[in-house]
Design a protein around this ligand. Structure first.
Ligand SMILES: [Zn+2]
Length: 294
């Protein structure tokens, strides 16, 4: 009997241990699942913002990568830049959504000290670079772009937003939810050729670099050796060549050759990671190869 009791007791103890082990295992699994759900939940909370990352390239330069793009599901995101001078803040591109633009503004505010003037430079007319412009306009920013941007965006009346929504298969509610209340304004200052802006004694070079699209400009800040390349330079991905044919690609190569001669520490491309001059070489090779196969 004693022996049996001992055995029964041992069996009960084993069952108890097994029960505790299963219980702990289930707890671990549910904790892991809730962490994953929380992670996903955070993304679902603001899908219109993407996953922005702020990079301080030097004391006067910020680059923001990872902002929302309509191709974010494929890992493609949008970038923008911010230059601070002694009395102004200059934004390069506005993001594709109002949420992105707000993020850019709020990021800049954290670094601002008595900023008086604000300016927004658009690298070209595509939605992923201009849709957030309303936010900067509301803060009194002067909008500067190539004259071609003015032509493309003139008299928009919501057409461009609808075009993007239709292409994505969104109804107007979904378009409002993601893109926000987009209002397109024509630029205040239009440039046709390379232009040097002198803002509070700091030079900002607007370089007309067509090829990707005819109204493309690249923004070079010599004192920090930073190039905000817009879509003239693609980082880590094939170049989007569908907006022009072989003639445009040849022009694109010429301008990449020109940019390559600049003294550059950082290139902030319109998409992808912050990169260096070697990426210009890769872009040139890509286009040359494309021309060879035509
Ligand atoms: Zn783009």
């Amino acid at each position: 009997m004693k022996y049996d009791k001992f055995h029964i007791g041992k069996k009960l103890l084993m069952k108890k241990r097994l029960f505790i082990a299963i219980f702990l295992w289930l707890m671990t699994i549910s904790l892991m699942l809730s962490i994953v759900a929380l992670g996903k939940g955070q993304k679902v909370l603001k899908p219109e913002l993407g996953n922005p990352e702020v990079h301080q390239l030097n004391e006067n330069i910020l680059a923001v990568t990872g902002l929302y793009h309509t191709a974010i599901d494929k890992g493609f995101t949008t970038n923008a830049g911010i230059i601070f001078t002694s009395g102004s803040v200059i934004f390069i591109d506005s993001g594709q959504t109002l949420a992105s633009a707000k993020f850019l503004w709020e990021t800049a505010v954290k670094y601002m000290k008595d900023i008086e003037k604000t300016c927004l430079i658009l690298t070209h007319h595509h939605s992923d670079h201009v849709f957030g412009m309303r936010i900067f306009r509301a803060k009194g920013a002067q909008v500067i772009a190539h004259i071609g941007v003015a032509e493309e965006l003139r008299g928009d009346k919501g057409y461009y937003k609808k075009f993007i929504a239709d292409r994505m298969g969104w109804d107007s509610k979904k378009a409002d939810q993601i893109l926000g209340h987009v209002i397109i304004y024509p630029p205040d200052k239009k440039i046709e050729q390379d232009t040097v802006l002198n803002i509070d004694g700091d030079e900002i070079h607007l370089l007309v670099t067509p090829g990707y699209v005819p109204d493309e400009i690249s923004v070079y800040h010599p004192s920090s050796k930073t190039l905000f390349a817009g879509d003239t330079v693609y980082e880590g991905s094939p170049l989007a060549t569908q907006f022009g044919g072989p003639e445009a690609w040849k022009i694109w190569i010429e301008h990449l050759e020109r940019l390559r001669k600049l003294d550059i520490i950082n290139i902030v491309p319109g998409h992808g990671k912050i990169c260096s001059k070697s990426e210009i070489d890769r872009n040139i090779s890509f286009l040359k190869e494309k021309l060879k196969n035509k």
